[in-house]
Design a protein around this ligand. Structure first.
Ligand code: NAG
Ligand code: NAG
Ligand code: NAG
Length: 424
């Protein structure tokens, strides 16, 4: 009711003022936003106001956005994985503390706390049979440069250049794609799952159309047209309207050209959890010098239904990507990837973006890290990945350090400040 009045007022203002001089929005843009929201917002059975400003709508699980996907009209929702996914980890947590790298020693007995709570949960919960959906606000959509592009990534290309320290010859590649990554990836098997503990930070993101993420990804396909499913944390103002560190899932079936999006901002991902809201801020909020927090992400295939489940922490299954929305990755993935990504149109350019990756520090003991990396190939339990390779698109801007010698459980450190005297 009130929003309608405000909307009419806005329309009136804009009609009176004529067109969009700077600051105001054109009538057409507002109409587009209204149309998009009508599509995106589902009937809310309960609304929860979170103290961080988010609004959480509890939506009937059978009426969630995924079912607007033409391929999912007759999809039968799977409420839980076919089997208990708590597969045995080859290295118990207790032995991990005994196998510390030199980096870990610097940090001494520091331990990570795994977070799975979200701040909105303080103000209520979603009943069974519903799922919590973070409400997309008008102001977030109005900020998007194109309404149709809202929630999507720009196209990118798979780069499998391995372990180059000096990457001058890559400048043109990076310029072309606007994405800069520092990653480790496993190849050589048919993967049915990937897992990792990702430390959580709040990197600074320079411009509203840029983002910085850390994730576990499973991929299949070619350079330009690959399929990808991933989950981790993101600072992404163009999707979330602010610079908080948020939990995300993302998928594409074509290198982000036409398909895919973050969270539930387009039909695709099917959510089953009534506890976790995709796109909600990670809480407690990590502060510089504060307690180290991590999230645990585990993406794995249900061998009976072929759905790709996302598990958060050790127990919570958030939901899944159904095979209907993919071509090849519905069978298995060709690689599992861990690491950071920065998107900016000034990646590979001078001046380079100041958007940070990880916590803005180059790889070392207290930089961003991903630990307890695991894969699930045709073997029934999780394994430490063999055959890993690693690379950084712009080693002088964002680098990495993969520690595996003398270490039972390899560790991946990555990140960087972006623009600096070496990365002009
Ligand atoms: C949310 O819960 C907190 C803690 O219980 C309370 O202080 C706050 O007033 C609540 N906020 C809203 C908007 O209900
Ligand atoms: C990268 O950004 C530039 C603008 O700097 C743009 O012209 C180009 O199309 C972008 N490339 C991709 C692949 O999105
Ligand atoms: C993965 O992609 C490759 C080439 O893009 C394809 O040959 C292969 O069949 C795909 N894997 C599966 C399991 O479909």
């Amino acid at each position: 009711m009130r929003s309608k009045v405000i909307f009419n007022l806005l329309m009136l203002l804009i009609t009176v003022s004529g067109t969009n001089t700077d600051g105001s929005f054109s009538k057409q843009k507002i109409l587009e936003v209204e149309r998009k929201l009508q599509h995106l917002r589902k009937h809310s059975l309960k609304t929860i106001q979170s103290e961080d400003g988010d609004i959480i709508d509890c939506v009937d699980i059978k009426k969630q956005p995924a079912f607007d996907h033409p391929a999912l009209k007759d999809h039968k929702i799977q409420m839980a994985p076919s089997y208990n996914s708590a597969k045995k980890d080859p290295i118990e947590r207790t032995t991990r503390s005994k196998t510390k790298s030199s980096m870990m020693k610097q940090k001494d007995e520091e331990s990570y706390m795994t977070v799975t709570s979200q701040i909105w949960q303080k103000n209520g919960s979603c009943p069974k049979g519903t799922i919590p959906i973070r409400r997309i606000r008008k102001r977030e959509l109005l900020k998007a440069c194109s309404i149709d592009e809202y929630g999507r990534k720009k196209p990118s290309f798979l780069n499998r250049q391995v372990n180059h320290r000096l990457n001058n010859n890559l400048d043109s590649f990076v310029q072309q794609q606007n994405h800069s990554k520092a990653i480790v990836f496993a190849t050589g098997f048919r993967y049915l799952g990937g897992k990792g503990d990702i430390r959580v930070f709040s990197p600074s993101v320079e411009k509203d159309d840029e983002y910085s993420t850390a994730q576990v990804s499973l991929l299949n396909g070619s350079y330009n047209d690959y399929e990808c499913i991933e989950s981790g944390w993101a600072v992404n103002p163009s999707v979330y309207g602010d610079r908080k560190t948020r939990l995300f899932v993302y998928w594409t079936a074509d290198g982000s050209h036409e398909t895919g999006c973050f969270d539930l901002t387009c039909p695709g991902f099917i959510q089953t959890s009534n506890e976790i809201a995709l796109g909600a801020a990670i809480y407690p909020i990590p502060t510089p010098g504060g307690l180290p927090y991590q999230i645990t992400i585990y993406i794995y295939k249900d061998l009976i239904t072929n759905n790709w489940w996302v598990q958060y922490g050790e127990n919570t299954n958030i939901g899944y990507w159904p095979p209907e929305i993919f071509r090849a990755i519905c069978y298995n993935a060709e690689s599992v990837e861990w690491g950071g990504e920065v998107y900016s149109t000034t990646v590979g350019h001078t001046p380079h973006t100041k958007t940070q990756m990880g916590n803005g520090q180059f790889s070392r003991g207290n930089s961003a890290s991903i630990l307890r990396m695991r894969v699930h190939d045709n073997y029934p339990s999780l394994k430490i990945p063999e055959w890993v390779q690693y690379y950084s698109d712009e080693y002088n801007c964002y680098d990495f350090y993969y520690v595996s010698d003398y270490l039972e459980d390899p560790e991946f450190y990555y990140g960087g400040p972006g623009s600096n005297p070496m990365c002009p």
